[in-house]
Design a protein around this ligand. Structure first.
Ligand code: GFB
Length: 315
C-alpha cells in the first residue's frame, strides 16, 4: 500500500495525461503531490532534475512528462520527438535511481508496437517488427524508456514499471490543428465549422484506419491502480480493447457537436498505422476495466472544450 502522505512527484502535471493522474491521486486521497511547471523545472536539464530530486526526495514518481503530438507533428519533427523524450526519460529515471525512489511509473504509448503487429496487440509483440514510419522517433524514445525501467529493475532491483496507453483524449488536450491528435482536432474542426456556418470540414487521410480511444481519466485510474498493484518487469497495455474507424469516429463527433455539413477527406495527409488495437487481457486479469464509454467521453471532452476560455486553450 502507498501511504496517503507519501511524496509523489507527477512529472508533466499540466498536460492531458499528467493532469488526469493528479486528479486521480487526489480522488484516492493522496495528500502530498509534488509538481513543477516547465518554467520551474526544465526536465531536459540534467543538473536541474538531479538538484530537484535531491531537495524534494520524492518517494514515488509518475513520469507523464513528454513531448507529444499527433500524426503530423510526429512526422514533421522526428528529431524533436526522439531527442526531447530521450533526454527527459534519462534525466528522470536516472535521478529516480540515484535518489532511491520507491517506485516509478513510466508512460509509453501504443505506437511502440510494430506497424504490422498481430491484433489485438499483446505486450509480447514489442520489438518483433518494423515500426510505423510517421512516429518512429517518438516510438524509439518510448521503447528506450520502457527498456530502461526494465533494466534498472533487473540490474539494481529498482521498482520501475511501465504502462502503454492507447490513444487518449479529454481535458487539457492540445487543440492545435497542426500538432494535435485526431479527437481534439475533430472537436475543434466541427465546432469551428458549426459556429462559422462552413459547408464542409476537411479531415486527413482516408478515414479507413482503425483506432482505439480511452478517456484520460480512465487511463489515470488505471495508472494509480498499477502503482498500487503491479510490480512486474513487463509493461502493461492500457486501453478498452475496442476499436473504431476514423470515419465512424468523425460521424460520432459530428453528431455530438451538432454539425450538419459535409466531411471531405484529404488523402494527401497520412493515414498512419492501419490498425492499433491493444490486447488488454493482462490489465483485465489484474482487475481493472474502464468506466467511460466513447460517446460519453467525447461528450465530456466537448463540454470541457466549450467551458474553457479560448485564451486558456492550447490552440
Ligand atoms: O491521432 P492521430 O494524429 O495519430 O491520427 P495516430 C489518427 C488518425 O486520424 C490518422 C486521422 O489516420 C489521421 O490521418 N485524422 C483525420 C486526423 N483527420 C485528422 C486531423 O484533423 N488531425 C489528426 N491529428 N488526425 C499518433 C502517433 O498516431 O498517436 C503518436 O503519431 C502517438 O506517436 C499517438 O502514438 C497516440 O494514432 O496515427
Amino acid at each position: 500500500m502507498i501511504d496517503k502522505k507519501a511524496r509523489i512527484y507527477v512529472a508533466g502535471h499540466r498536460g492531458l495525461v499528467g493532469s488526469a493522474i493528479e486528479r486521480a491521486l487526489v480522488r484516492e486521497g493522496y495528500e502530498n503531490i509534488i509538481k513543477r511547471t516547465h518554467a520551474e523545472l526544465d526536465l531536459t536539464d540534467q543538473k536541474a532534475v538531479f538538484d530537484f530530486f535531491d531537495k524534494e526526495r520524492p518517494e514515488y514518481v509518475v513520469l507523464a512528462a513528454a513531448h507529444v503530438g499527433g500524426i503530423n507533428a510526429n512526422q514533421t519533427a522526428p528529431a524533436d520527438f526522439i531527442y526531447i523524450n530521450s533526454v527527459i526519460q534519462c534525466n528522470v529515471i536516472g535521478a529516480a535511481h540515484e535518489y532511491k525512489v520507491k517506485k516509478l511509473l513510466f508512460l509509453g504509448s501504443s505506437c511502440i508496437y510494430p506497424r504490422m503487429a498481430k491484433q489485438p496487440i499483446t505486450e509480447s509483440e514489442l520489438l518483433t517488427g518494423p515500426l510505423e514510419k510517421t512516429n518512429e522517433g517518438y516510438a524509439i524514445a518510448k521503447i528506450s524508456g520502457l527498456m530502461m525501467c526494465r533494466f534498472f529493475k533487473q540490474q539494481y532491483g529498482d521498482n520501475f514499471i511501465s504502462c502503454m496507453p492507447t490513444n487518449l483524449y479529454g481535458p487539457n488536450d492540445n487543440f492545435n490543428l497542426t500538432s494535435s491528435h485526431v479527437l481534439p482536432a475533430l472537436i475543434r474542426k466541427f465546432d469551428d465549422a458549426k459556429e462559422s456556418g462552413a459547408d464542409h470540414v476537411t479531415l486527413w487521410g482516408t478515414g479507413a484506419p482503425l483506432r482505439e480511444f480511452l478517456y484520460v481519466d480512465d487511463m489515470a485510474d488505471a495508472c494509480v491502480f498499477l502503482l498500487q498493484n503491479y510490480d512486474g518487469e513487463e509493461h502493461v497495455n492500457i486501453g478498452t480493447g475496442r476499436e473504431i474507424t476514423i470515419k465512424e469516429l468523425a460521424d460520432l463527433v459530428r453528431e455530438i457537436v451538432g454539425y450538419e455539413g459535409e466531411i471531405v477527406w484529404d488523402d494527401s495527409m497520412p493515414d498512419g498505422t492501419p490498425r492499433k488495437l491493444l490486447d488488454v487481457s493482462k490489465l483485465h486479469d489484474l482487475g481493472w476495466k474502464e468506466k467511460v464509454s466513447l460517446k460519453e467521453g467525447i461528450r465530456l471532452a466537448y463540454d470541457w472544450y466549450k467551458s474553457q476560455d479560448k485564451g486558456e486553450l492550447k490552440l
